[in-house]
Design a protein around this ligand. Sequence first.
Ligand code: ZN
Length: 485
Amino acid sequence: MVLENPGTSLPLGANQRKRAKEFYYPLLFLDSVQDCCQHAIARKVADAPQNPNQSSEADFRTLVNKLAHICDYRPAGDTVTALVVLAVDGRIVYAFASNSRKRPNLIQTKNDLTSVLNILKANLEAETKESDQALFDRLLRQILRLNTVRVRMYLTHLTKDLAACVKACEGDASEETKSSSQELQKLHDLIPKTDEAGQTSDAYTSSVIRCIQTIEQYRRSPLQQFIKKKAATEEKLRKNKTPWSNLHHVGGRLLSYGYDAETLISAHHMWEDSDLFREFEVNFLDSSQSNIPKPLEFSPQTIESLVNGMPASACNAREKKALIQHAAELRKYDLDKILEGQWQRKLNPIVHAEMILHDWLSRTPGGLQPSRFFGGWQYIGTSKPVCRLCRYYFDIIATPVHFRDGHPNSYVNWRLPDIRPQGNRPQDMQQANDDWCKIMEQIKTKVYADLRRVLEEQKTDQKMNDSNTYTDRLTLAGLLMNSGV
Ligand SMILES: [Zn+2]
């Protein structure tokens, strides 16, 4: 049975389509400006907070994010997944939604996630428990197999970045550089070659695990400091997308699969007396459907017309003049060309996964009450940090539900949840439409404020990659390193 929102959703009326379009112009402009400003900043290389003393609620949030992460199989955003753990009549329901997955794909993901949870269930119910190590190996292999496509992408990037870093070390005869370069070359040589047919074989998975182990090993060695130093030097030179910081990021992404498995094992010990991994079902919500008759198209705008189009409440005439000047300075980073590309786009925006789940929760019995959530913890986890526009939306509606910390990226292909009137009376329709317009206006105001801030500062806090290089985990040190492959 698929989880469904009650009632029917309305397509956008002419008035709303007009408002939506008005919303996307400043958003497209903001997106372009951020794109330009990336040339002017370097990626931050930061360590994740290590917090071994976090509360059980924080541990639970980590678990939920990890489960969502396991389901985000592919790059580019379609499989970005949100997940919530509900306690329904004494039974645990893992409910998830993805940005843009078709029904058969959602069913497959449901079965896959069930198979992962069943590994933990089988262990809890077994008379003789498996060792954590054996459990870890089994989970990690399963998680890597589900994420073959994404893992392959990381390995391809890793191969390229390692080669570039080794090359960059050439000509530097210092002992530190020489030995670091050798270590990097060693990791390079460990990466299994692309072989579509073999990517699910045990031997291929073992090679991937050896790579991940080696990355973990390097993270605890002087090589880590060497890479960080190089990345920091590049940051100073304000270079864009450098192999050293990429190396750091991709290494972190690959390690995160090991942390997924560690977190699951740790969680199944923590909650072994509950039903969390014993009596459960996994279910999903469909991804959003289009609510417009045809994709949105845009007419070309100039920097001047875009800035002058800002409402007086966001910016007065004198300030607009200054903003136009700021924007003009971004012409050297191809702002005009980037904008030109934006007007060619045909947008058919989607509802992000966490908003789909939140919307469904708020419209079904029990709503957003703590009693509906496992442990009373009102939390929706996600495979990626929550985007800027979703964050604005949740702030505006003042939801009691918590989400993963946001990152400042905004995605153009974003829309509000479907308009669902509470009843069939005309006033119900009117109310739903009015609510939609009100929220749309409030978000637009925030986008204008962002636009103004970014132009004034001439830099952006947008991150290059929208996943944390380091992610939280419930640590069970040693499992990855001792994995027998
Ligand atoms: Zn979002």
